[in-house]
Design a protein around this ligand. Structure first.
Ligand code: B16
Ligand code: MG
Length: 215
């Protein structure tokens, strides 16, 4: 397998904003008296904000109007952003930073493929604004993961064929999106165990030998 580029999911791969999503949704669900736990939270990984809200509201008997849903999603995002705004470059794990440097040093093109509409803010808070050759995110797409749109956009911005761009994902929806787009996929952690991935990894540093083999 020839690898010319690596497309990284953001939340759950480059950074651990997944904990902030969880706390923000838990606060909103708590205000509504809707049960919310880690199991429901796992279904929100990689899925857009409004689709996440729909999953949470499955637990409610009340019907919410579109206006109420937008207000709830806005409230969740305000809480979420209050956590994001406290992040600094020291929140970037040294292993992530080292791995990105090594891959870049090998001449690989690097991109972000994230469903998040907060991608620019997160990259800025972590000091990563200039690091990626391309950023495809939730502000640029119509269909979020498991649709492959965000990864196809990243590959086209890089000018690389999907079959030569390794997607790195923590979420079932993201791995499905990668496979649907014709990308090889590396799954980190739990999602990798349940889905058909090309590489199952525990840590991001394991990408280095995979990419060396693919050069
Ligand atoms: P936002 P990723 C995804 O990011 C998160 O995993 C998912 O939980 C979230 O709902 C989605 O972004 C949208 O985020 O509310 O910031 O637009 O994993 O695709 O990097
Ligand atoms: Mg993710």
């Amino acid at each position: 397998m020839l690898i010319e580029a690596v497309i990284f999911d953001l939340d759950g791969v480059i950074c651990h904003t997944d904990q902030f999503h969880y706390q923000a949704w838990k606060a909103v669900a708590g205000q509504l008296g809707i049960p919310f736990d880690e199991h429901i939270n796992a279904r929100l990984r990689g899925v857009s904000r409004m689709e996440s809200l729909e999953i949470i509201l499955e637990q409610s008997e009340k019907n919410y109007s579109q206006e109420e849903k937008e207000q709830l999603a806005g409230e969740k995002n305000r809480i979420y952003q209050s956590f994001l705004c406290k992040m600094t470059p020291t929140d970037l794990a040294p292993e992530v930073s080292r791995t990105l440097d090594v891959l870049r040093g090998m001449g690989l093109r690097l991109a972000i493929g994230s469903s998040s509409r907060n991608t620019a803010l997160i990259l800025h808070r972590l000091g990563l604004d200039e690091l990626f050759d391309a950023v495809a995110d939730g502000t640029q797409i119509k269909r979020s993961k498991p649709d492959p749109e965000v990864f196809l956009l990243a590959a086209s911005l890089l000018g690389v064929r999907p079959s030569r761009a390794l997607v790195v994902e923590d979420a079932a929806a993201g791995i499905q999106a990668a496979k649907a787009g014709g990308f090889p996929a590396a799954g980190i952690g739990g999602a990798a165990q349940i889905l058909d991935v090309d590489f199952s990894i525990e840590t991001i540093a394991e990408l280095v030998p995979i990419c060396i083999q693919g050069r």
